[in-house]
Design a protein around this ligand. Structure first.
Ligand code: TYM
Length: 328
């Protein structure tokens, strides 16, 4: 059994991109691996958050984990700040991270672009993410493609620590879906589908009501022509919609192509909307049940308790190796 860790930020609404790129794999991996899934509130505050919003979104994302199919009796679900060892290891690893490495991170470049002032937290964000992963000696990290560069930095930091202080950290590997590791915007297939987009029509939120989903899909941009064909280089818009279709209907690209041969985009989009609704409707029903039952707090408490046992042990070992004295 391997160790799996991943996290999702409680900022804005979760999208179908988060679901296909990451959460579907969380659900899959919980059956065979020891899993840790977090709501990363410490990461969320690297950009300004309204306290009331942060509170609401943290609970919402935790409930969405369960609604998406994570079974808290199999996987540990918790909030990052409930295990303070993450922040502590984050600091220790920050001191091993070079400015140049952080300056090269594309997520930092994207998020800081055009801003007058950029918080230092946004800059050191990847060192905290490395701590999240290394603290459990995780070997698999289910993420979408946009997190791959952060994973590479995590591996570099693990190697650097091991070289200076003796072999300790496991080298983690990203675990990504073959298709759908980067779900694109519905209005522009050159941009990633993102919960922070100002245009709500560009993403499908997991909590969008069925009619909103139908409307957004019917308005999604399509390429010229009318052939439903998976060809990301020449037909990026329809290929993106096909990736969503493939995950929601559990069909291969060949099967989708065969189904819509000679029919054009209209029937394809109509069916796509129904497949997405068929995934989201039961998820939303479970979400509402979980939110109203209040059981999420218990789940998070137990998850954090179990996670803290391992996380505290790692931090103690790392501090010892780095030369910190323990209180006596
Ligand atoms: P976040 O919160 O931006 O996104 C959560 C997960 O969803 C994936 N994702 C996508 N996948 C496919 N297509 C998309 N359009 C799409 N948008 C988002 C992301 O790749 C991610 O897997 N830094 C992380 C959170 C984090 C983390 C960690 C992840 C903190 N610590 C430790 C893994 C391990 C983030 O901002 O993800």
């Amino acid at each position: 059994m391997g160790r799996v860790l991943s996290g999702i930020q409680p900022s804005g609404q979760l999208t179908l991109g988060n679901y296909i790129g990451a959460m579907q794999n969380f659900v899959k991996l919980q059956h065979t691996e020891e899993c840790f899934f977090m709501v990363v509130d410490l990461h969320a505050i690297t950009v300004p958050q309204e306290p009331a919003n942060l509170r609401e979104q943290t609970e919402a994302v935790a409930a969405l984990f369960i609604a998406a199919g994570i079974d808290p009796s199999k996987a540990n679900v918790f909030v990052q700040s409930h295990v303070p060892a993450h922040a502590e290891l984050g600091w220790l690893l920050t001191t091993l991270t070079n400015m140049g490495e952080l300056e090269r991170m594309t997520q930092f470049k994207d998020k800081s672009e055009g801003k007058d002032s950029v918080g230092a937290g946004l800059f050191v964000y990847p060192s905290l993410m490395a701590a999240d992963i290394l603290i459990y000696n995780s070997n698999l990290v289910p993420v979408g493609e946009d997190q791959k560069q952060h994973l590479e930095l995590t591996r570099d930091l693990a190697q650097r620590f091991n070289f200076r202080f003796g072999e300790y950290f496991t080298m983690p590997e990203p675990y990504m879906p073959k298709i759908g590791a980067r779900i694109m915007s519905l209005d522009d297939a050159s941009k990633k589908m993102s919960k922070s987009s100002p245009n709500a029509g560009s993403f499908i939120a997991l909590l969008d009501p069925p009619d909103v989903v139908r409307k957004k899909i019917s308005r999604a941009t399509t390429d010229s022509g009318r052939e439903v064909k998976y060809d990301p280089a020449n037909k990026p818009e329809i290929s993106n919609l096909m990736s969503i279709y493939s995950h929601c209907a559990n069909l291969s690209m060949e099967e989708i192509e065969a189904r819509y041969e000679g029919q054009g985009y209209g029937p394809f989009k109509k069916d796509l909307a129904e497949h997405v609704v068929a995934v989201l409707e039961p998820l939303q029903a479970r979400y509402n049940e979980i939110r109203s039952s209040g059981e999420i707090h218990n789940i998070l408490k137990q998850g954090a308790e179990r996670a803290a046992v391992i996380a505290n042990r790692t931090v103690a070992e790392v501090k010892e190796r780095m030369g910190f004295i323990a209180p006596r």
